[in-house]
Ligand binder design. Structure first.
Ligand code: AHG
Ligand code: MN
Ligand code: MN
Length: 342
């Protein structure tokens, strides 16, 4: 059931109430999970938008995360903000984050009774903050597998993408938007900072089946596998992509920003395996799986080098996988090149 709404007349809170019955077995937990995410995103958005002025929140924190990446101060701020908001609602028993080596159990009487876990990339594209380029947050929601009443376990977080009950992202760009799915289509909400509310602005989002945009860091081209090289050179030499436009290369360097543009305009984002990153760079549990859920709900596809992203059972919280996601016919074409190379 798609809640027919005109622009700016439906807030995300009202939309959730209208569509609550589409969230499996929920008695209001979805709205509590999303209200925690909404609150944290407003705080993070506010800090990002003044980052250029508030020097104390710009730049590196001086620490490294488990990925071996230089943690930006806003990575740490966003992480703390989302984890505090998620632990305060009594509907989540634990969180796993890009910025924490292991998962965090909300081990108290109330939260141990909660049904859901959340995995999060609190700030995606954070290397772009200091140069005022759009960044984002990505989140994924699963039902716990272990019995309620006990502290959450690692197994609750290592579930394949098909088991997700909700997934979404925030993009902190020219406007702040929340885009999410609970398995009944994809809807986008734009934040009105004047009144502090997200309004339904992009109901029932669908990615065009064909696209003319390919997004990849071509600086790594020499170390891509041959099918990926062949696909990129096809894009660079062909006019035939099912649209009336020639191919364009667009790469922002923030996954959420590249993904969001391609979701609206059509396109493919690729982070293949490279010599330095044989499993690619992007993390399965809190980047690839949630975006794969969204793109499939929007009529697109998401694959790795050997099959569908949402079929992969994670073996580690921070597992990296080669990642190809976007318009169905573009991913199909790349997949055919991969299959004919085996
Ligand atoms: P994060 O900031 O969460 O670590 O994610 C960065 C990711 C993704 O957002 C982006 O598309 C990609 O890194 C860019 O990687 P390269 O700079 O290697 O192209
Ligand atoms: Mn990221
Ligand atoms: Mn990140």
């Amino acid at each position: 059931m798609i809640f027919e709404a005109t622009m700016k007349s439906v807030t995300v809170g009202e939309f959730i109430v209208e569509t609550q019955n589409t969230f499996p077995g929920s008695s209001g937990e979805l709205s509590k999970i999303l209200s925690a995410i909404k609150l944290a995103s407003k705080i993070v958005s506010h800090h990002i938008n003044k980052a250029g002025l508030a020097k104390e929140i710009l730049g590196s924190s001086g620490a490294e995360n488990i990925q071996g990446e230089d943690q930006q101060k806003l990575d740490v701020f966003a992480n703390d903000t989302f984890i505090n908001a998620l632990s305060a609602r009594g509907v989540i028993c634990g969180v796993a984050s890009e910025e924490n080596d292991s998962y965090i159990a909300f081990d108290d009487k109330v939260n141990n009774e909660a049904k859901y876990v959340v995995l999060i990339d609190p700030l995606d594209g954070s290397s772009n903050i200091d140069v005022n380029v759009s960044v984002g947050t990505i989140f994924s929601v699963f039902r716990r597998k272990t019995a309620k009443g006990e502290p959450v376990q690692l197994v609750d977080f290592l579930q394949k993408g098909d088991e997700q009950v909700a997934a979404g992202y925030l993009i902190y760009g020219s406007s702040t938007m929340l885009v999410y799915t609970t398995g009944n289509g994809v809807n986008g909400f734009t934040f009105d900072p004047g009144i502090g509310v997200f309004f339904l602005s992009h109901p029932n989002m669908k990615i065009p089946t064909n696209g003319a945009i390919y997004s990849v860091n071509e600086g790594n081209l020499s170390s891509f596998k041959q099918p990926v090289k062949d696909y990129i050179s096809y894009c660079q030499s062909s006019e035939d992509n099912g649209t009336k436009k020639p191919y364009s290369s667009r790469y922002i360097g923030s996954l959420v920003a590249d993904f969001h543009r391609n979701l609206i305009k059509g396109g493919i984002y690729m982070y293949p395996s490279t010599e330095s990153s044989p499993n690619g760079k992007l993390r399965l549990t809190y980047e690839c799986s949630p975006l794969a859920f969204i793109i499939e709900q929007a009529g697109g596809r998401a694959i790795s080098e050997n099959g569908r992203i949402m079929d992969i059972i994670p073996n580690d919280l921070h597992q990296r996988v080669p990642f190809f996601i976007g318009s169905k016919n573009m991913v199909d074409q790349l997949e055919q090149l991969m299959e004919s190379a085996t």
